[in-house]
Ligand binder design. Sequence first.
Ligand code: G
Ligand code: G
Ligand code: MN
Ligand code: NA
Length: 250
Amino acid sequence: SVIEQALRHADLAREMCLVYQPIVDVRRGRTVAFEALARWTSPDLGPVSPAVFVPIAERSGLITRITAVLLGQALAAARAWPDEVALSFNLSMADIASPQAAEGIVAAIRASGLKPGRVILEATETALIQDIAKAQAVLETLKSNGIAIALDDFGTGYSSLGYVHRLPLDKLKIDRSFISEITADPASRDIVTSIVALARNLKLDCVVEGIETDEQARLLESLGCVLMQGYHFHRPMGFSDTLHYLDREA
Ligand code: G
Ligand code: G
Ligand code: MN
Ligand code: NA
């Protein structure tokens, strides 16, 4: 495809960048992490969403190089933040497809000098349940190096409950599709309530994403949610804006 060709010839270090969206502890009113989100501006195609280019990069084997470039940028950004602010970074399927791939990620984190405990790696259930035994091994490698793991887009894959206790997870991120319905649809509210209870029973942190209104934030807080992310708090921002944003919070 045109996109695959452009990706193949891209100068990744120049064309790829990250924006950062705060994850807020609403009880303390503090930012506890930023999620890094990839942005690609192709000289030929203009801006291309990661929702479009990540699956293409996965199919064409380009994702490993892209992840390496982005992780390098993200770790450099995180070094400029205070110690209590973590980096949450999205991995794709291929990034955790093998112990060697995971070792590369561990090596990059170690080389950055950042405390591994300040790094959260996000993986989707679809990426993990393809091969549970392998996912377990790869995640154990990351965990044993002190890196935290978040299960992203939770609730959208299938058979979520069968495996979630078998993976060495630290956080569940409730998919934003439930949040957009939550004030209007009792079923979405029940699902969120159940996931909050599940997380509590499994001793996992629960993060809710995609919060766009104050009404949603209040309702979620009443359901016991503490860690929140979404346009209501802040849109994803460039690196230098994260520094101004943190200054204002200090
Ligand atoms: O930021 P945005 O809503 O456009 O992201 C769209 C999708 O792309 C989301 O599912 C998000 O998880 C994914 N995504 C964003 N940045 C990255 C990245 O750096 N690596 C991977 N693998 N996926 C990403
Ligand atoms: O799959 P993942 O959860 O990593 O995707 C995160 C994506 O969600 C990012 O691309 C980000 O731009 C987007 N996002 C973040 N906050 C909101 C929000 O409040 N509403 C919507 N619709 N999207 C959001
Ligand atoms: Mn994510
Ligand atoms: Na998500």
